[in-house]
Design a protein around this ligand. Structure first.
Ligand SMILES: Nc1ncnc2c1ncn2[C@@H]1O[C@H](COP(=O)(O)OP(=O)(O)OP(=O)(O)O)[C@@H](O)[C@H]1O
Ligand SMILES: [Mg+2]
Length: 265
């Protein structure tokens, strides 16, 4: 496992309540792993705690990255090990040229021009058109997200955490982003994909269902999604939307069984 979360409990900043409750799961190297759950279930809190953002401190449990205990490490120590949270502070970068911004995190300075071009290509921005542009309000929301993702790719982190990557994107662009995630995976980066949307999650190999702060199930993504639907009581939606396409790996009986289990029948 590249990332392992063990019995992690995360309280609110004032320590009054628990947001994440004894959560454990592992993320395999080279996989896309979705953390899925309804609004307010604790997904972002989990993501920020894995990244080590200020104030996000577990009260119990451990986080391991490539076997190293990172629970008490700072955000910059974690970044050095290869953990990145994409789309974190978009406002900060205004005014920089696109290549300058992408180059900031590149370690291999000798080949940085090639790495910038490659990163732009991966996010489907033609280098010829975007190498001379500046990051400002002239970029569309989708272009901006692509530039930020290109900067993340150029850093070559081992783990990329994406919190709700679809926010602010329209449906057609989302499709494109799902392809881009596949390309990132092809570069040996592991993706932890935080989402409450089943269609985004379908790009994932594995998933963990978070429900009111508890980790209910970690498994291949379709099974996790089925459990999510069962908990939410969305049987018809589940059958219609998720299991008619190429990921159709359950028959009706199996779906019925999971729904009965969830209802305690
Ligand atoms: N510092 C805090 N103090 C008090 N409550 C908090 C704090 N941070 C988060 N919460 C609460 O914890 C719950 C989980 O929040 P979180 O943002 O992790 O959910 P989420 O699963 O990411 O939801 P969404 O899908 O809406 O993004 C929410 O009810 C939120 O209001
Ligand atoms: Mg969130």
């Amino acid at each position: 496992m590249l990332l392992e979360v063990k019995d992690l409990t995360i309280p609110t900043f004032d320590q009054e309540c628990v947001i994440i409750n004894k959560v454990s799961f592992g993320v395999k190297e080279g996989s896309i792993h979705a953390v899925i759950g309804p609004n307010g279930s604790g997904k972002s809190t989990l993501a920020y705690t894995i990244m080590g953002l200020n104030n996000y401190k577990p009260s119990e449990g451990k986080i391991y990255f490539d076997g190293i205990d990172i629970t008490d490490m700072s955000i910059s120590e974690r970044a050095k090990l290869g953990i990145t949270l994409a789309w974190q502070e978009p406002a900060r970068i205004d005014g920089l040229s696109i290549p300058k911004y992408i180059s900031l995190g590149i370690k291999d300075k000798v080949n940085s021009k090639d790495i910038i071009r490659e990163a732009l290509q991966i996010v489907n921005l033609e280098p010829e058109r975007y190498m001379n542009r500046t990051i400002d309000e002239s970029l569309s929301g989708g272009e901006r997200k692509r530039v930020e993702l290109a900067a993340t790719i150029a850093m070559r982190p081992r783990l990329v955490i994406l919190d709700e990557p679809d926010s602010g994107l329209d449906f057609i662009v989302i499709e494109d982003f799902l392809h881009i995630f596949g390309k990132i995976k092809g570069l040996n980066m592991t993706i932890l994909l935080i989402t409450h949307r089943e269609d985004i999650g379908m790009v994932a190999d594995y998933g963990t269902l978070i429900w009111r702060g508890d980790a209910i199930l970690t498994d291949v993504f379709p099974k996790v999604m089925l459990r999510y639907c069962a908990k939410a009581g969305l049987k018809e939606f589940c059958k219609r939307k998720l299991f008619n396409g190429k990921q159709a790996c359950f028959d009706e009986d199996y779906i019925d069984k999971i729904f009965r289990e969830e209802q305690g029948l």
